[in-house]
Design a binder for this molecule. Sequence first.
Ligand code: HT7
Ligand code: ZN
Length: 846
Amino acid sequence: PQTIYLKDYTPFGYVIDSVQLTFKLHPTETRVLSKIAFRPNPEATDRTFFLHGEELKLISATIDGKEVSPSVTDEGLTVDAPDAPFTWEAEVEISPSTNTALEGLYMSNGMYCTQCEAEGFRKITYYPDRPDVMATFDVRIEGSEKVLLSNGNPGASGEGFAEWSDPWKKPAYLFALVAGDLINHPDSFTTRTGTDVELNIWVRPGDEDKCAFGMQALKDSMKWDEDVYGREYDLDIFNIVAVDDFNMGAMENKGLNIFNSSCVLASQATSTDADFERIEAIIAHEYFHNWTGNRITCRDWFQLCLKEGLTVFRDAQFTSDMRSEPVKRIDDVIALRARQFPEDQGPLSHPVRPEEFQEINNFYTATVYEKGAEVIGMLKTLVGHDAYYKALDLYFERHDGDAATIEDWIQVFEDSTGRDLQQFKRWYSQSGTPKVSVKEEWDAENGIFTLHFSQSTAPTPGQDIKDPRVIPIALGLLAPGGKETHPTHVIELTHAEQSLTFDGLDARPVPSLLRGFSAPVILEQEIDNDRRAFLLANDTDPFNRWEAGGDLARDTLINMILKDAAPSPAYLHGLRRVVTDESLDPAYRGLMIQHPSETELAGTLSDMGEIPDPTKIHIASRALLAAKAETLSDILPALYADNQPTGAYKPDAEGSGKRDLANAAMSLMAKLGDLSHAKAQFASADNMTQQFEALAVLVREGQGAEAVKAFYDQWKEDRLVINKWFGLQISLAEPEDAAKVTEALTQHPDFDMKNPNRFRATLGALAGNHAGFHHESGAGYALLADWLIKLDPLNPQTTARMCTAFQTWKRYDAGRQALIKAQLERILATPNLSRDTNEMISRILG
Ligand code: HT7
Ligand code: ZN
């Protein structure tokens, strides 16, 4: 397969003035007619007229009305084109109903829909399918479906047709079309300058009662983007459509966002609090792309973080404002460490702005998205709140309508702040997670306290040498009595080694470092459990307080795993103090009760140079849960009772925080043998959060068989709830049973490998059951490999993404490594393996 390099970028030889598309819909013989006005691009030297096109049947092609005979390959066509303005017209035939890859135009439950990012438009018609080619689109859809939608504003419509016109120039990846017998949940929004915007969420009949929450989230997002970033919506209508078969979460097509139904449909009975929060965030994310992604798009796919990192950062700001800032930050850091750190430290490590790829779909990664957002967060920390928003104003003003680059982005900040950001830019080009080590020096005689910092990054694939980066470290100092003497301020590390001195101190202070997780680094400091307990009790920074609790838990777990030690009293007492501290938000206390996941512990052990034993990790994790239950036993009933939210169910921060804490108490009581609360809650819950948590507790305690059956009977008609049912049984299966349980569920009549949500709920859950997936028998590895091989010819994109389950394989012992390697080689040897999966497995094998 061909490798594409950032350094090889050249502009396309032609500019497009307008695009007219006509779709004559048919499940197997859809005709797409295109009429495109091209003219030579004065900024390009190469006039090769190559149009991308894949899996298209070319019916006819003309230039200025004269038939032409292009030379056609699997990737597109080339034809001699004039060095002057001309009109290209073509007719192609495609088959949406047999398109299982879910890219281009495909069918899901009888409805037509599209997914064009990154390179799906080339499966719809011949076109320069690259993000720097932008044009206005007029679309006519002919079909018998009740609802016919495309981007932009509606035009003429009548029996069997509808026309749409998008006045904003856009790249083809933002094109969308939907046709189906759908029902809408309508609403409206008046922008701050008084334009009325029609809003709709379109769903399959039966789902209309699950749209209200998503609609409110959309209106909140529209308002927030006006208030915080001064960004207003720019069309007369904004449509969202829910689709069952979808490779990712959602897609920001201009004026016509298409959503995985799991990321928009919500109801008290069927969605958990976590689902509600996620839906709110994804709706915001896609909406925010209207400015960061659509109005300003990417010059090429190497610049993906320009829109994704910024939009993730913006959606995180939105969630912090809507809910709890510290809880959101902690959740994000947990996710970053679980998904991005392993990626950055393993064979798939790549820069936030990659410099080469074979298949761009493989680069929609945690590094591009989440580390990309961290980079924006650091930039904001470095320049400050006001300078950040001033720079963003300039970015929107200067680049509106552009296909921009990271250089453009950095330039905006340099111009508006006067700062030199060239060293900071290394965050975009250097892969790997930096380690920041801190040593303390206390000069008691003179009251001087010095922090000696050093930074380093281990080599990553293709990058042996790393240069120092700009690392913002937010820090504060506490006096030994617990009082904060130096409130948070930010220092900038720019050298491999650097020191910071505080003088005039009466006593040796306790530093609180990397507050709010001010940079995506691994912090190594001289810290013992007394210090951690002190910070857990006294730190004014809620993130570091949580971090201190997590570090205590991690330390005790590591000692339990490596030394068969008993759980540490310091951790258990500290935990008790926090959990009983009623001044703290219940959601925060709920987070404090959790300890690091088994997967995270495997990573920690590996960082320490130890070989993680998944069975020992699992046993220790269970034992710590039991110890926590013992320690808190006397307060659990009250914790459970006092945190039952009163009044009608609300999926807001307050209600969900209380349910989290109450559910944690229920789970610990079950550990002590008291299943009464779980049983009663399962039977009487009026919301999915409480019903599902109760079910999880019963299953975890080996008492779930009846409830699992009852849950299925209750929800068998609801495909999203049934995904949860599949996932739960596998996630909570005992290590030795996980592969068997998964295999049995793949034989269940409701298992459908063509539906990515169901496939992920099943095989993804197996990969997420750490001790089960890594069971020494190798059955988990073999089963996942079997299914990846089966899925690849149908849906390469989802197959390739799921290969990441193997990315940490070198952490494990020789026996497990050999088992995994054999499966990776088996996948790689599969005839006709997709480019997507081939690239992923080759990189993982290294
Ligand atoms: N910009 C989108 C990324 C995307 C995608 C979405 C759905 C299906 C396939 C896709 N490939 C790439 C989603 C986002 O980040 O907002
Ligand atoms: Zn996005």
